[in-house]
Design a protein. Structure first.
Length: 321
């Protein structure tokens, strides 16, 4: 591969801009093409990145200078962008969640495995140094219970926005609290069963539940819970919080830090985090995706937990993942 990795973007919204800013700081990366159905977004992103603007991702993928593609689009729009990118033989980074339903996720997964495509899904929390510290602390220990929390105000706003329509976003557990679900899996192992209660209490004009309470069972036998709401008008300090009980101790983890109580005799050393974008770019350059902690093959499992929760919310029964 050439000295620089040439990247194209499908989707130029807020999440995409974050990745663009990260990549722009890398000397071995050029963002050469950007695409969005909204021409004004595509043009402004192109100006920001000194790239060529497109409104049709198929036209962008006709370029012969692309080395990788970022796909940052609403949940309901997944499918064709991933398939078309793989048809071009290109690695891709895709934002979470990976699909609106398991049927589509499985179709994409089959093609990923068939083509051995290097993939990375935007579960960036996995790459934090505090996550390594927590996993080191849990190594060889018996986890008893894990309690997760994701409270925020994202759902407050336009009731007609796609985010607040179940058939387009899948609701908060699929679209947003998937980060917490994913961290529960990454810290505690696979989740096998889910029971969920979901209600509309504050946001009556949407069909997306605004309060969610999940009970989960891990393959290890440990149990857990997750509460999520996007009708809380406070700050973000209650989003992506985990309390992990193991043996006679507890880890309190949140994106800004980690606390272990009681104080362990041998506390884990502080560890530096990694940039998910850097990890992906290095994988593209080397052709080796083994350092990617969030490949598509694994991200599908986090989606399966969220969808099982939604099924349980409707059926009133425990659902298998």
């Amino acid at each position: 591969m050439a000295e620089k990795v040439n990247i194209g973007f499908i989707g130029c919204g807020g999440n995409a801009r974050g990745h663009m800013n990260s990549l722009k700081g890398m000397k071995d990366v050029d963002i050469v093409a950007v695409c969005d159905l909204k021409e004004e977004l595509s043009k402004s992103a192109a100006e920001m990145c000194q790239a060529e603007a497109y409104t049709n991702h198929k036209k962008m993928l006709e370029r012969d200078d692309l080395n990788a593609v970022y796909i940052s689009i609403p949940v309901f729009a997944h499918g064709a962008p991933e398939m078309d990118t793989m048809d071009r033989g290109l690695p891709f980074f895709v934002e979470k969640p990976v699909a609106i339903n398991m049927e589509l996720a499985q179709q994409i997964l089959e093609q990923v495995e068939k083509t051995k495509t290097i993939t990375c899904v935007g579960y960036q929390l996995r790459y934090m140094g505090t996550v390594d510290m927590a996993k080191e602390t849990l190594q060889g220990k018996t986890m008893n219970m894990m309690v997760g929390k994701y409270w925020c105000n994202t759902g407050i706003g336009d009731p007609n926005a796609w985010l607040r329509q179940m058939n387009k976003s899948g609701g908060q557990i699929v679209e947003q609290a998937t980060h917490t679900v994913d961290m529960m899996r990454y810290m505690g192992g696979e989740i096998t069963e889910v029971f969920a209660l979901q209600e509309n209490r504050a946001l009556k004009e949407t069909d997306c539940p605004d309060v969610n309470a999940l009970c989960v069972k891990f393959a290890s036998g440990a149990i857990g819970s997750l509460t999520a709401t996007w009708a809380y008008a406070g700050d973000w300090s209650n989003a992506n919080v985990l309390d992990i009980m193991f043996e006679n101790s507890m880890i309190h983890w949140y994106p800004g830090g980690i606390e272990i109580k009681p104080d362990p005799e041998n506390p884990p050393e502080e560890k530096a985090g990694q940039s998910i974008d850097r990890v992906f770019v290095d994988a593209v350059k080397s052709g080796d995706g083994s350092n990617i902690r969030s490949p598509y093959t694994d991200a599908v499992k986090s989606l399966a937990v969220s969808l099982a929760a939604n099924r349980s919310g409707k059926s009133g029964k425990i659902e298998s993942v």
